[in-house]
Design a protein around this ligand. Structure first.
Ligand SMILES: C[S@@+](CC[C@H](N)C(=O)[O-])C[C@H]1O[C@@H](n2cnc3c(N)ncnc32)[C@H](O)[C@@H]1O
Length: 343
């Protein structure tokens, strides 16, 4: 497979037959775990419905779940078949029931879905958690339809276990060019003047249009059919977890959640049923050793799409970063959230 790839094609597609060393790093869990010692920073090769009941209750800070959407799709050798709406609803209920006990009282959960399953996921999520928001990610890739609008979005639901949860607003601000720089008494108002241009770090909304789906020339790309971008997972993780927290992904796929956790100094636990994907996940986790790079996230700031030259300049240190006070907010949603909502 690898021999036929174009020079710039970085896609990770190590076949299972050559990936034994990576598979050997994965574990199986067949007995109840009193604590996280055995499973911490591991890829568990198994079925999340069987493994979750064996993990210790209230042990993880953040769950990021990207389950199969309600489409007929083959994951490695296994085909997920489109279900009747009521059956997908029950499937969603069952996996949420399995992960719920693992989340700490002040933990958060994010669930990815497409527009169709979003109608179901949002509803069922509310049976178990406090639903906080629905993020819409505008994805530029999508197949045109003859008698319908091309699908150009996915949803990510955000929910918490209680009214106590972390939300690190400053960690997820987006750096934007200032088009009309406004001054007060000659000084920039809410923006920063640099040699390379004028910028403002803005509060992120629930509409994300700065994330590209991984493609063949990106180092993070694998042959997984539904891989999420590291940048997307990084936003979730930076907002809703702290360093050394435990992040759990019950549908790990190519390992994006674990890789990002490692790069951002979080602990990770991931479950993936397909051995082939476990190989790619572990390969990526190894590649992340000593490599903290996340495309589109440079010097602690998320950048708009098509700002590669500015990002490079920032990496070289030619740009003075606008100040970004980083603080943890234990948010009570009944409190006014002017800072978050007014930008
Ligand atoms: C939508 S993909 C996740 C992709 C992942 N976010 C990534 O970035 O690569 C869903 C994954 O769940 C896995 N899966 C499906 N059912 C599972 C189960 N019962 N237990 C564990 N993994 C499962 C599939 O093999 C597939 O890789």
């Amino acid at each position: 497979m690898t021999a036929d790839k174009a020079d710039r094609n970085k896609t990770i597609d190590t076949p299972l037959s050559k990936g034994q060393a990576f598979l050997d790093r994965c574990i199986t869990v067949t007995q109840r775990q009193a604590d996280l010692d055995t499973v911490m920073d591991k890829t568990i090769n198994g079925d999340m419905f069987g493994v979750c009941p064996l993990l210790p209750p209230e042990s993880v800070d953040l769950i990021i779940a990207d389950p199969p959407y309600n489409l007929t799709k083959t994951f490695s050798g296994t085909t997920f078949t489109k279900k009747k709406e009521i059956d997908y609803e029950e499937y969603t209920r069952q996996w949420l029931r399995a992960v719920k006990p693992l989340l700490k009282e002040d933990g958060s959960i994010y669930v990815c879905c497409d527009w169709e399953t979003s109608l179901i996921v949002g509803r069922v999520l509310g049976e178990f958690f406090h639903v906080r928001n629905r993020i819409t990610w505008q994805r530029e890739k999508g197949r045109g339809a003859k008698a319908n609008w091309k699908n150009g979005l996915e949803d990510i639901w955000f929910a918490t276990n209680s009214n106590q949860y972390v939300f690190h607003l400053d960690a997820v601000k987006i750096r934007k060019k200032v088009i009309a720089p406004y001054r007060e008494d000659g000084e920039p108002k809410d923006w920063t003047e640099t040699e390379d241009g004028n910028y403002r770090n803005t509060c992120p909304s629930n509409f994300w249009d700065d994330i590209t789906i991984p493609f063949w020339s990106m180092a993070e790309n694998t042959a997984h059919p539904t891989q999420k971008a590291e940048k997307l997972i990084a936003k979730i993780m930076l907002a809703s977890s702290s360093e050394n927290d435990v992040v759990f992904d019950p549908f790990l796929g190519s390992g994006t959640t674990s890789v990002v956790a490692k790069k951002l100094n979080r602990h990770y636990i991931g479950i993936e049923i397909e051995a082939q994907y476990c190989v790619w996940a572990e390969q990526r986790i190894e590649m992340a050793t000593g490599n903290k790079e996340i495309q589109g996230y440079v010097n602690g700031v998320f950048w708009e799409r098509n700002s590669l030259s500015e990002q490079k300049a920032s990496r070289r240190g030619t740009k003075k970063a606008p100040s970004s006070k980083s603080h943890i907010r234990k948010t009570d949603p009944s409190m006014p959230r002017a800072e978050a909502d007014n930008h």
